[in-house]
Design a protein around this ligand. Structure first.
Ligand SMILES: *[C@@H]1O[C@H](CO)[C@@H](O)[C@H](O)[C@H]1NC(C)=O
Ligand SMILES: *[C@@H]1O[C@H](CO)[C@@H](O)[C@H](O)[C@H]1NC(C)=O
Ligand SMILES: *[C@@H]1O[C@H](CO)[C@@H](O)[C@H](O)[C@H]1NC(C)=O
Ligand SMILES: *[C@@H]1O[C@H](CO)[C@@H](O)[C@H](O)[C@H]1NC(C)=O
Ligand SMILES: *[C@@H]1O[C@H](CO)[C@@H](O)[C@H](O)[C@H]1NC(C)=O
Length: 517
């Protein structure tokens, strides 16, 4: 429901529209003249009396687009084309419909369709050895000589804790892996095909974030805790070794060579993941958490897809809270000592810490933080999301899961699915320059009425499903939303690839396909 109007595309080229209308007039006029000459005077009577109904009838048939535009010009007040009308009245209907959407909910659009090759995306997945994916999870014991879990029940659970915030790699891989298995009981946006030649995209099943967390980051701690250089280098090498092997594997593979990697999808959600080779492989479409730590040539919003963090606080099911039961106006809990970009946290802390209805605390241990943050977010109206050492953070998705209206103060933030979701309808954005004016933030938020707040809260209940990662996946959950976001990149990628092939025609052209790849 929060989708941008699809119809708007029809209206964006006024010059074209004018041209069409004039052309339509000329053709229509000419046609009538010819008929008149043949049919004589009776025809001019018809022209003057029945033209409106004639044309209107034609317009609803919509066989001739330019006639439709003609009528909308001539009867602009009562005959607006349906696409335009629909988008205009969108705002007033949205809430009611979306709420119904949620209640009737997943029965309607969540009916398992099973998967077939009619799924939106055809994806080929490399058969990388288990050490690149499930093999990193200790519960996984592959059969000798086998790469993948034999069926859905053999997929090992993702290791818990904070690692899971960067787990989209696991959910997407599991979804794709089971998409062509029997008894699949989840809707399919992506379908796994056997041959890369048949695929829209080639998926690289490397758990890059888990590799960093397991082998890259753990090491730094070990180094500090144990003073052991050997362990450090051993683990660090493992993360980098996998990346080096991956490059070797890819650059030799015909699927990579065919497009120079441009139709490849790699999930590198942790901002430090795949650090050693991500510039080299940058032709690929990256699934990222934000663009804070990348050169813009390596990753950018045009080429890549932003995926939500998996929230770590539990979803607030059966939320019966209200504006009045949520007595804290503004909530923030987290570190205020941050590197670049996080300066704002410190300054806001000084501005807000003494306000009576504000909870703004810092530096709490992880487990204590978990419970108090759950309680805190569920009893607050607004939750601050401040730029930290990267523009994004898990906190946004925790506040959505807690139905605490997010207040985003992070000017460079790119959000997941923003070409599909209208964040302004359930978040408040504040420009960081204004946010640092004394009193600005707290006054703005105290001034939000119960009605306004409740509207945003209701919308949160509607959109929260778009931020849930799960296996098996459910219609319109984060897994399917990410696949759809990837699908939207396809036309641009095809354009680039086809253009590059212009001068590469080989004698094999006879065998190549005419249309879609
Ligand atoms: C999944 O595969 C394992 C190993 O092949 C098998 O033992 C088990 O019965 C399968 N389970 C289902 C639900 O098919
Ligand atoms: C990268 O950033 C520079 C400087 O801001 C800009 O000139 C350039 O166009 C950007 N490149 C891309 C691919 O966005
Ligand atoms: C997005 O939501 C805001 C707030 O409800 C609204 O003002 C705006 O018109 C919406 N934009 C679109 C494209 O629907
Ligand atoms: C924020 O506001 C300031 C002053 O009003 C303005 O100069 C700046 O361009 C704004 N920044 C953004 C990202 O809109
Ligand atoms: C609250 O909003 C009203 C009307 O929109 C405005 O007059 C008032 O100054 C605002 N108060 C604060 C504290 O911003």
């Amino acid at each position: 429901m929060w989708k941008l109007s699809k119809g708007s595309g029809n209206r964006t080229v006024p010059g074209f529209k004018d041209f069409t209308v004039r052309k339509g007039h000329v053709i229509l006029g000419f046609a009538f003249c010819v008929i008149c000459v043949i049919a004589g005077l009776s025809c001019s009577y018809r022209l003057s009396n029945s033209e409106p109904t004639e044309v209107r009838r034609l317009s609803t048939g919509s066989l001739l687009p330019h006639l439709r535009i003609l009528t909308s010009q001539a009867y602009s007040d009562d005959e607006v084309p349906t696409t335009e009308r629909a988008s205009e009245s969108m705002d007033s209907r949205t809430v009611v419909e979306s709420l119904e959407d949620v209640k009737l909910g997943d029965e309607n659009d969540g009916v398992p369709q099973g998967c077939d090759s009619n799924a939106e995306l055809k994806v080929y997945m490399y058969d990388l050895p288990p050490e690149f994916h499930y093999g990193m999870i200790s519960a996984f014991e592959p059969k000798i000589g086998k790469i993948w879990p034999a069926n859905a029940s053999q997929i090992p659970p993702y290791p818990g804790g904070l690692y899971q915030q960067h787990s989209p790699e696991y959910w997407l891989t599991s979804d794709l892996l089971t998409s062509n298995m029997q008894n699949r009981e989840a809707p399919c946006t992506a379908f796994r095909v056997e041959r890369w030649e048949d695929a829209d995209f080639v998926f690289v099943p490397f758990f890059a974030s888990l590799s960093y967390n397991r082998y890259g980051k753990v090491t730094d701690q070990m180094l500090v805790e144990e003073g052991s250089n050997m362990k450090h280098s051993l683990y660090k090498d493992k993360n980098e070794e996998l990346q080096a092997k991956l490059v070797q594997y890819l650059e030799k593979h015909p699927a990579w060579k065919a497009s120079n990697g441009k139709n490849h999808v790699m999930v590198i959600h942790h901002p430090n993941s795949m650090q050693a080779v991500r510039d080299r492989l940058r032709n690929a479409l990256y699934v990222v958490s934000d663009f804070g730590r990348y050169e813009n040539e390596t990753a950018n919003i045009r080429k890549d897809v932003v995926a939500p963090y998996k929230h770590v606080l539990p979803t607030f099911t059966d939320d019966s809270s209200s504006f009045h039961t949520r007595s804290t106006v503004v909530y923030f809990q987290g570190s205020i000592v941050r590197k670049e970009g996080g300066k704002i946290r410190h300054e806001l802390y000084d501005l807000l810490k003494d306000e009576p209805d504000v909870h703004f605390t810092t530096g709490i241990t992880a487990s204590e933080g978990f419970h108090s943050a759950t309680r805190g977010m569920r009893s607050s109206r607004f939750c601050l999301n401040l730029a930290g050492d990267t523009p994004s953070s898990n906190r946004l998705f925790d506040s959505i899961a807690s139905h605490c209206v997010p207040v985003i103060i992070s000017d460079d933030l790119e959000l997941p699915f923003e070409d599909d979701l209208n964040y302004s309808s359930f978040c408040i954005f504040i420009n960081s320059t204004r946010a640092l004016q004394p009193g600005y933030v707290i006054n703005l938020l105290r001034n939000v009425s119960s009605e306004e707040w409740t509207l945003m809260w209701e919308r949160l209940l509607v959109v929260e499903r778009h931020f849930e990662y799960q296996f098996p996946s459910v219609a319109n959950d984060a897994v399917n939303m990410v696949w759809k976001a990837i699908a939207r990149k396809l036309p641009a990628i095809r354009l680039t690839i086809n253009k590059e092939r212009r001068y590469m025609a080989k004698p094999s052209w006879r065998r190549s396909k005419l249309g879609a790849m």
